[in-house]
Design a protein around this ligand. Structure first.
Ligand SMILES: Nc1nc2c(ncn2[C@@H]2O[C@H](COP(=O)(O)OP(=O)(O)OP(=O)(O)O)[C@@H](O)[C@H]2O)c(=O)[nH]1
Ligand SMILES: [Mg+2]
Length: 262
């Protein structure tokens, strides 16, 4: 059995133990970071599911509102910024609403790697109790935390969807070190980000070029990443760029309109 099905088995176990499931999404592209498999499983069990758009500090509030409106047609949806403790009240309200007066209540926190599940656990707990990291795949086991006398929350490892490495890189779900060839995924990422915001590399790195390979070459030169012959180490630059996207240093976001939703 590969590790992906092991993680999924573990997440399913946690969902079965929970009364309520919070599916955490990345505000920069909530649609792309949904896991339909999770949603279908929770639905099958007849348990309430709440969509929690996290990292909303990275997008304009108006866009967060639009996503909330669109996604609320399917599931109750809130947006928060767990790192900066934004929307903590909404989070607690959602817990209470979904619990429907049931006490004690157990909430499972699930979603892709790196969306901020462990950070949300810490918000509910009121202090750091789950380890967080910019490296996707950080949490490897389910961890139950008592956030209130009546509330248990369960942190889970990120679910890695079965997608190409390009698609996983775009979802910040893959460690760039694990890529044998980071170049193609990085180029695809540059193209995708530039298609939404052509200025992003100028803004973030001060690099004017709009050509993916040139951007990587320039990034490598500026970081002093040179190969023996003096050529820029574009592979290392590719890893840096992927990491900067994962860390939210490169800021580009997608809107419901990009999905034909209004
Ligand atoms: N900008 C921003 N970054 C956040 C927010 N919440 C979490 N992060 C960052 O996102 C990264 C991942 O956070 P975690 O809580 O470790 O994510 P996770 O979903 O538990 O990840 P795995 O354990 O790998 O599945 C960390 O570097 C956090 O600092 C947020 O609200 N805004
Ligand atoms: Mg985690």
């Amino acid at each position: 059995m590969d590790s992906m099905s092991q993680q999924w088995r573990l997440v399913k176990q946690v969902i079965r133990r929970a009364d309520v499931v919070f599916e955490v999404l990345d505000a920069r592209d909530p649609m792309a970071t949904r896991t339909k498999k999770v949603e279908a499983y929770v639905k099958k069990l007849g348990k309430p599911l709440i969509l929690v758009i996290n990292k909303s500090d990275l997008i304009p509030r108006s866009v967060a509102e639009k996503w909330k409106k669109v996604l609320s047609r399917e599931y109750p949806t809130i947006y928060i910024g767990a790192r900066d403790r934004l929307g903590t009240r909404q989070l607690w309200k959602a817990v209470k609403m979904a619990a429907r007066g049931k006490k004690p209540v157990t909430v499972a926190i699930v979603g892709l790697p790196n969306v901020g599940k462990s950070m949300i656990i810490n918000v509910l707990k009121g202090r750091s109790s789950a380890g967080t990291s910019p490296i996707p795949g950080f949490t490897t086991e389910a961890q139950t935390v008592r956030a209130a006398t009546w509330l248990k929350v369960i942190d889970t490892p990120g679910i890695v969807p079965r997608l190409s490495s390009e698609e996983l890189v775009f979802r910040s779900a893959l460690r760039p070190e694990s890529l044998e060839d980071p170049l193609i995924p990085a180029i695809k990422l540059i193209e995708k980000l530039a298609s939404k915001d052509p200025e992003v590399f100028q803004r973030t790195y001060g690099i004017k070029s709009r050509e993916p390979l040139k951007i990587l070459e320039e990034l490598a030169r500026r970081r002093g990443l040179l190969l023996k012959g003096g050529e820029p180490n574009v592979e290392e630059a590719a890893r840096i760029l992927i990491r900067d996207w994962q860390k939210g240093k490169l800021v580009v976001y997608f809107t419901p309109e990009d999905y034909g939703l209004t």
